[in-house]
Design a binder for this molecule. Sequence first.
Ligand code: PAY
Ligand code: ZN
Length: 310
Amino acid sequence: RKNGKALNWDSYGTLEDINDYLSSTAASNSFVQVLSIGKSFEQRDLNVLKISKSSGADRPAIWIDGGIHAREWISPAVVTYVINELLTSNDTEVTSITEDFDLYIIPNLNPDGYVYSIDTDRMWRKTRATTNSPLGCRGADANRNWDYRFDTGGSSDAPCSDTYHGGEGFSQPETRAASDFYNTIANQTKMFLSVHSYSQYILLPYGYSNERYPDYAEWMRIGEAAADAIARPYGTQFTVGNIVDLLYVSSGGSVDWIKGIHDTSVVLAFELRDTGRYGFVLPPDQIRPSGIEFMEGFKELVRQLRNRLD
Ligand code: PAY
Ligand code: ZN
């Protein structure tokens, strides 16, 4: 390796570190593949790690994405931590997940933004696409650009805004590629988790309004069970609820499209540590604890999903 370092979850990796980790993981496990599902605005690969021990017949699948917002560095760090656990843990509950499910894991859905946040502006949130702004402002909010109830509140028409929704639904190559790919696996996929920071929330759709979908109450209970599991290792408290109730109206988010268009069963957005002391600039010594507690929540969600599939 020339400049990078191996991912270690004691510090935040660069995009190159993350991509190298994905390739080496695929090279050393026959049931793991890196799929490039498209290119970012700046022509970086949008990489999905596919973990599948199935030989043919489709099995239930789980999707986990991170890094849709550039400055939320703990997100790709925890998502890669999950990959490492799934592939190296001796806990039979963890190994049974790769035995029984296909997994599609995207540590970084906004690679241009991540690079820009590392190199230039730590608090960058959006993509890096050019806009029609006379001021030269760049980027759209990749969590306001999904084409379900697009631009119906809580997003901005102004290209310089941090919540600029983009010219139209799926104008951003990152959201376009992710949604096109999801269309091909939607029938199979039973759980969609999108990982953000910060606030320590487990968020249920919708974000465009606080409309409840039919089995909302059941998913609230399941979210609470995940929050209880997350609290076990270190007592970290996650609050469960609808996006509008806990945060604000935000149309064009990924979970709204997944729920609204595909009606995937479990659809949640996680806001990881902390509650504001460090905010987006979470110290790297919190990566491992964040990964450990997230894994507890994830295992609980898979238990709940299995009960529903039985
Ligand atoms: O995660 O889909 C979600 C809910 C809405 C998030 C959003 O605004 O897209 C919540 C924020 C985020 O993770 O981007 C919360 C953070 C603290 C922020 O930037 O306001
Ligand atoms: Zn976010």
